[in-house]
Design a protein around this ligand. Structure first.
Ligand code: SF4
Ligand code: SF4
Length: 337
């Protein structure tokens, strides 16, 4: 068992630190994230805890969970050092809002699938061109991973939520469609999906089992007008997305899942935050989440994409959204003067 020091150096993580934290983060105990190479991680983001605990191409998930590396990473939060955690980027550590892990249960409750980055859009903040696998080695590998995950789910008997779509679009991706077509019908398995919404209306009726067991549907659209949406969501169509929002509102009334809207605030859309809240109300969203654009190394001129953070009018709008019942922003109500 060997830590991959180069990865930690890449993310600027000091593996000799001791944060002296009294709480135990639940993620290394209850979460496994699987990437498109089959590498598994004991956290909800690979940039936060970049050490893999095993690879699904080589061994089954049942051997990876509880492996020596998995236990080693769990010990690094139980002892309070958090030495392998990216304290600058982890949302829980950087905001001080760490949950506490209670009891000695080591049951995986969240399975996060990032096994296919195929998408029908090519948003400039995410990728440089279209990525879509419907044949070839990446597609074949994705299908093998999907089958292995479903095999593990067949035997899993505790409550678990499977999160689909942090890397590509679940309804556009042929790998995620295959996963959803073959996922076992079991009462203990629930789903959450993150989508750009464009194929919801057309596709959701083909996976009725997943939709009936959907806990949460997240929709990321980044624009509340045709002009802004079509500029930031390259390949998207405003009329089509609004039709799909209507279809989601209808499916939510029928199935009762939680409907979240996601909006990445940047220079080109910062003026539409109020409008996004109105859109959330119009389509019955449970929450509108605003996050600040982050540098994923895709945009060559990242600084120029930031919203005018010091502009008084922008600050006022951010405050309105923060205080609103529907909105959540990176600001917190108690931090506002
Ligand atoms: S503290 Fe953050 S980085 Fe560390 S395991 Fe928990 S969620 Fe992951
Ligand atoms: S819709 Fe999401 S996954 Fe697809 S290109 Fe845009 S940001 Fe990336």
């Amino acid at each position: 068992m060997k830590i991959n020091q180069r990865l930690f150096d890449h993310y600027g993580i000091d593996t000799n630190k001791d944060l002296g934290i009294g709480k135990i983060c639940p993620r290394p105990f209850d979460t496994v994230l699987i990437d498109k190479q089959g590498s598994c991680y004991a956290c909800e983001c690979t940039a936060w805890l970049p050490q893999s605990i095993g690879n699904l191409q080589i061994e089954p998930l049942s051997d990876i969970i509880g492996s020596a590396m998995h236990r080693h990473l769990q010990a690094s939060v139980s002892d309070g050092t958090y030495r392998y955690c990216n304290s600058g980027q982890c949302a829980y550590l950087s905001t001080g809002e760490l949950e506490s892990h209670h009891g000695a249960t080591h049951h995986i409750r969240h399975l996060r699938l990032a096994i296919d980055d195929s998408c029908n859009l090519r948003c400039p903040s995410c990728r440089k061109g279209l990525i879509f696998h419907k044949d070839g080695s990446a597609y074949q590998l994705g299908i093998r991973l999907a089958d292995r995950i479903n095999e593990w789910l067949y035997d899993h008997d505790g409550p678990i939520q499977v999160h689909i779509g942090s890397d590509g679009d679940p309804f556009a991706s042929h790998v995620y469609r295959h996963f959803m077509d073959h996922t076992p019908e079991r009462d203990n398995i629930k789903y959450s999906i993150l989508t750009n919404a464009l194929m919801f209306k057309e596709f959701h009726t083909r996976v009725p089992y997943v939709i009936r067991n959907l806990n949460e549907l997240g929709v990321s659209i980044d624009g509340a007008s045709r002009e802004t949406y079509e500029k930031l969501r390259l390949g998207g169509n405003w009329l089509k997305v609004t039709e799909n929002l209507e279809s989601i509102a209808e499916a939510k009334r029928k199935h009762g899942f939680k409907f979240m809207l996601y909006f990445v605030v940047q220079k080109d859309n910062h003026h539409e935050m109020d409008d996004m809240l109105a859109l959330g109300e119009q389509y019955g969203a449970d929450r509108v989440n605003f996050s600040l654009i982050e540098d994923w190394g895709v945009l060559p001129d990242f600084e120029s994409k930031l919203p005018p953070l010091e502009d008084p009018a922008f600050k006022e709008m951010l405050e309105r959204c923060t205080r609103s019942e529907l909105g959540r922003t990176w600001s917190r109500v108690w931090d506002l003067s």
